[in-house]
Design a protein around this ligand. Structure first.
Ligand code: PXP
Length: 251
C-alpha cells in the first residue's frame, strides 16, 4: 500500500506571543496563517489557553473566517473551551492538558485517568462534526483509552524525543514508532507534534502511519531570520526527504 500524504499543520501561537509582548495588533497570527497557506501548509493550529497568554478569542474567530485552511483548535477539556469550539466549529479540535504555570504543553493528556471528563467533551465536539484528536504520550494504555473515549485521532507528543540528547533518541523514536503502529490497529488516525525542528523531523516523517505533523515554535523562531514562507518550505522539504525513508506501509 502506498504511504498516505503527510500534512503539515502550522501552529501560529507564538506569533501572538510576540504581539502580546507589547500589546497592540502586530505581528498578526492571521497574517502568519495566510502566509503559511501561500508557503504550502495544509492546516493551521492555534491553542486558546485558559489564561489567553498568546492566542485570543478574536484570533480564533478570524482564523476560522479569514484563512482558507482547516483550523485545528487546541483546547483544554473544559466547558468553556467546549462551548467556544461549538460556537466556532473548527475543522478539528485537539484536546491537550493545561496547567497555568507551564511554559508549554509539557506532557500528554491523561485520558485513562480522566475518561469521565474527556469522553463527554469528545462526544459533544464529534456530534457537532468536529474531528477530535487527543494529545497523548506514546503509551499503549493512553492510546487504548483514547479509542475508548471515542476520539478519531491521536496526536503523539514528540517533545521527549526532540529534547533528548542524541544518544537517547533511538529508544524514544522506537516508542513513537510502536505507538504509531498501535494507532493503526486501534483504528485511530495518527498525528505527531511538539518540539520538531529541521533536524528531528526526518525520522518522524518516516513513520508510515503518521499523516499529520503540527509544528510551531521552531518555525516562528526561524521566521525571524529567514521569513516564514522559506522556513515552512524548508521544513516541508525535510519532511519529504524523511518520508522517502519510510518502510513500505501496511495498514
Ligand atoms: N501539537 C500540540 C498538541 C501542541 O500543544 C503544540 C505546542 O503548542 C504543538 C503541536 C507544536 O509544538 P511546537 O510549538 O513545539 O512545534
Amino acid at each position: 500500500m502506498s504511504l498516505p500524504y503527510l500534512r503539515l499543520g502550522i501552529n501560529v501561537d507564538h506569533v501572538a506571543t510576540v504581539r502580546n509582548a507589547r500589546g497592540g495588533a502586530y505581528p498578526c497570527p492571521v497574517r502568519a496563517a495566510q502566509l503559511a497557506k501561500e508557503a504550502g501548509a495544509d492546516g493551521i493550529t492555534a491553542h486558546l489557553r485558559e489564561d489567553r497568554r498568546h492566542i485570543r478569542d478574536a484570533d480564533i474567530r478570524r482564523l476560522r473566517e479569514e484563512v482558507a485552511l482547516p483550523l485545528n483548535f487546541e483546547m483544554a477539556a473544559t466547558a468553556e473551551m467546549r462551548d467556544i469550539a461549538l460556537a466556532t466549529l473548527p475543522h478539528a479540535a485537539c484536546l491537550v492538558p493545561e496547567k497555568r504555570e507551564e511554559l508549554t504543553t509539557e506532557g500528554g493528556l491523561d485520558v485513562r485517568g480522566h475518561h469521565n471528563t474527556v469522553a463527554p467533551v469528545v462526544r459533544a465536539l464529534a456530534d457537532a462534526g468536529i474531528r477530535v484528536s487527543l494529545f497523548v504520550e506514546a503509551d499503549p494504555d493512553q492510546l487504548r483509552a483514547a479509542a475508548d473515549a471515542g476520539a478519531a485521532v491521536v496526536e503523539l507528543h514528540s517533545g521527549s524525543y526532540c529534547d533528548a540528547p542524541e544518544h537517547e533518541r533511538p529508544a524514544l523514536l522506537k516508542r513513537l514508532q510502536d505507538a504509531a503502529a498501535l494507532t493503526a490497529k486501534l483504528g485511530l488516525e495518527c498525528h505527531i507534534g511538539h518540539g520538531l525542528t529541521y533536524d528531528t523531523v526526518g525520522p518522524i516523517a518516516a513513520i508510515p502511519q503518521v499523516v499529520e505533523l503540527n509544528i510551531g515554535h521552531f518555525l516562528i523562531g526561524e521566521a525571524i531570520f529567514v521569513g516564514l514562507g522559506p522556513a515552512i518550505q524548508r521544513m516541508r522539504a525535510a519532511m519529504d526527504a524523511g518520508r522517502l525513508m519510510a518502510p513500505t506501509y501496511r495498514a
